[in-house]
Design a protein around this ligand. Structure first.
Ligand code: HEC
Ligand code: HEC
Length: 412
C-alpha cells in the first residue's frame, strides 16, 4: 500500500516536472515569437518618420492656457507624442514586467493597474515586500499633457519621474546596473530593444528603457467620455442631473473649474487646499519640501479628474473613500480639516472657502464627475512577457478582492 502510494506520488512529481518543463519551453517559445507592433495605438496616426501623432477633436479648438477657465471647447495643453509604434509597444511590455523590480515581484502596473484607473485602489501604495509608500498612486491617464509629475510636482519629465519608483528601496528597489543586467540577460528583450531603437547596437540602454516607458504612458489618452461628446456639441450626451452638476462645477460659488480646468480638468498648478493626513501619519508638507517655500506648505498638484470615478480613494493621502466625501470636503470651510498647529501657518488657496453647497448640489457634482469616465483606449495587458515572468506581479489588494468577489458571484 505504502509502496503503491509513494510510487504514485513519484509518478505525479515526474509528471509535474515534465509539465513544468513543457511550460518553460512554451513560455520561451512564446517569448521568441513576440513581435513589436508596427501600428500606432488607437487615437494616434502613423506619420512620416515612423512617428505616432495624437488626433483628437480638441485640436480644432484654440488653447486658452493662462487665459481663464475657458469653455468646453478649449484646446488642450501641448501633448508629448511622436514616439514610434515599436517604442510604445516595448514600453507596454516593460510597464507590466516585474523583472524591473529587485525581487521580480512588482511592476509599474502593480501600483498603476489599468483596471483601477491606472492607480491601485489603496490609500498608500505598497512596493516590494509590502513596504508602504508615503502617498497614494495617482492615475496615469493623460500624463502626456502634464508638465510636472508627482503630487508635489517635483519631477519635470516622465523620464525623470520613473527613476523614483524604479530605484526607491520601498517601491521597485532596483538600480541602474541590475536593471540593465537583467534586460541584457534576456535574448528576447535584446531583440525587441534593437527593433525599437534601430541603429543602437548597445541597446538596451537606460535611456532606451526610459524612452520606451514614457512612450507607452503617453498613449494612455482618455478624451472621449460622455462629457467630451457633450463638449463637442452633442447635448444629449449628458442627463439633466449631470448638466446641473456641471453647472455647479463651473459656478463661481463652487469654483471647482478654476483649478480643475477643462478640458484636462487640471490647471497643473500647485494649490494648498488643506486636506488632512490620516490619523497617526505626520503632516505631509507637499510642495514646501520641494521648493522651500513656506507659502506652499501642504500644497499639491491639482490632479486631473478624468476617470476619477475609477481611482478611489482620493487625494495625495487617500483620505476620502468616495467622490461624495471628496466633494463635501470643499464645502466644510477653509482649513477645517487641518491640525491646529498647521491652521496658523498654512495659507489655504483663496478659491477654497465656504460655498455652502447643499446635499443635492453635492450629489449632482458626483453625477457630473462620473461623466468624465472613458477607458476605450485601455491598453491590452500582454499575455506573454519577454522575461517569461507573469505580467504585473503582486496584484493590488483592491483588485484582488474585486476578483475574489466576482469569482464568487459567478460561481453562484
Ligand atoms: C509601489 C507602487 C508604485 C510603483 C511600483 C510605481 N509607482 Fe508610479 N507612483 C506611485 C505613487 C505613490 C506616486 C505618487 C508619489 C508622490 O507623488 O510622491 C506615483 C507617481 C507616478 C507618476 C506621476 C503622475 C502624476 O500625475 O504626477 C507617474 C507618471 C508614475 N508614477 C509612473 C510610474 C512608472 C512608469 C512606474 C514603473 C517604472 C511606476 N510609476 C511604478 C506608486 C508607484
Ligand atoms: C484651489 C484649487 C482647487 C479648487 C477650487 C478645487 N480643487 Fe479639487 N483638488 C485640488 C488639489 C490641489 C487636489 C489634491 C489635494 C491633495 O491631494 O491633498 C484636489 C483633489 C480633488 C479630488 C481628488 C482627485 C484624486 O485623484 O484624488 C477631487 C475629486 C476634487 N479635487 C474635486 C473638486 C471639486 C468637486 C471641486 C469644487 C467643489 C474642487 N475640487 C475644487 C485643487 C482644487
Amino acid at each position: 500500500m505504502s509502496l503503491h502510494s509513494s510510487s504514485k506520488s513519484l509518478f505525479v512529481a515526474a509528471a509535474l516536472l515534465l509539465a513544468s518543463g513543457t511550460a518553460f519551453a512554451d513560455a520561451s517559445d512564446a517569448a521568441s515569437r513576440i513581435e513589436l507592433r508596427d501600428f500606432c495605438p488607437p487615437g494616434f496616426e502613423l506619420v512620416d518618420g515612423n512617428r505616432c501623432e495624437l488626433r483628437t477633436l480638441y485640436q480644432n479648438y484654440e488653447s486658452l492656457r493662462y487665459a481663464g477657465v475657458g469653455g468646453p471647447r478649449t484646446g488642450l495643453p501641448k501633448v508629448r507624442d511622436g514616439f514610434s509604434p515599436q517604442q510604445i509597444d516595448l514600453g507596454r511590455y516593460l510597464f507590466f514586467d516585474p523583472l524591473l523590480s529587485a525581487d521580480n515581484s512588482v511592476s509599474c502596473a502593480s501600483c498603476h493597474h489599468p483596471d483601477l484607473g491606472f492607480a491601485d485602489g489603496r490609500p498608500r501604495s505598497r512596493g516590494i515586500g509590502g513596504a508602504e509608500v508615503k502617498r497614494a498612486a495617482p492615475s496615469l491617464w493623460n500624463v502626456a499633457f502634464l508638465s510636472s509629475f508627482f503630487w508635489d510636482g517635483r519631477a519635470g519629465s516622465l523620464e525623470e519621474q520613473m527613476q523614483g519608483p524604479l530605484y526607491d528601496a520601498s517601491e521597485m528597489g532596483s538600480n541602474p546596473v541590475e536593471l540593465l543586467t537583467e534586460l541584457n540577460a534576456s535574448d528576447d528583450y535584446r531583440r525587441l530593444f534593437r527593433n525599437a531603437f534601430p541603429g543602437n547596437d548597445d541597446s538596451p540602454t537606460l535611456d532606451n528603457v526610459y524612452t520606451a516607458l514614457a512612450a507607452f504612458q503617453t498613449t494612455l489618452i482618455s478624451l472621449n467620455s460622455r462629457y467630451d461628446r457633450y463638449a463637442h456639441g452633442y447635448h444629449d450626451a449628458l442627463t439633466e442631473d449631470e448638466k446641473t452638476g456641471m453647472n455647479v462645477f463651473r459656478s463661481f460659488v463652487a469654483r471647482c473649474a478654476e483649478c480643475h480646468t477643462p478640458p484636462l480638468f487640471t490647471n497643473q498648478q500647485i494649490a494648498v487646499i488643506g486636506v488632512r493626513d490620516p490619523e497617526g501619519v505626520p503632516f505631509d508638507a507637499g510642495a514646501q519640501d520641494v521648493t522651500g517655500n513656506p507659502g506652499l506648505r501642504g500644497g499639491f498638484k491639482v490632479p486631473s479628474l478624468r476617470n476619477v470615478s475609477q481611482t478611489a480613494p482620493y487625494m495625495h493621502s487617500g483620505t476620502f473613500t468616495d467622490l461624495r466625501d471628496a466633494a463635501e470636503f470643499y464645502t466644510l470651510g477653509r482649513g477645517h480639516a487641518l491640525p491646529d498647529v498647521e491652521k496658523e501657518r498654512i495659507i489655504v488657496h483663496w478659491h477654497i472657502w465656504e460655498p455652502g453647497l447643499s446635499d443635492t448640489e453635492l450629489d449632482r457634482l458626483v453625477d457630473f464627475l462620473q461623466t468624465l469616465t472613458d477607458e476605450t483606449f485601455k491598453p491590452q495587458i500582454p499575455d506573454v512577457m519577454p522575461s517569461g515572468l507573469v505580467p504585473i506581479g503582486t496584484l493590488p489588494e483592491a483588485l484582488a478582492s474585486r476578483h475574489a468577489s466576482s469569482t464568487s458571484t459567478s460561481n453562484q
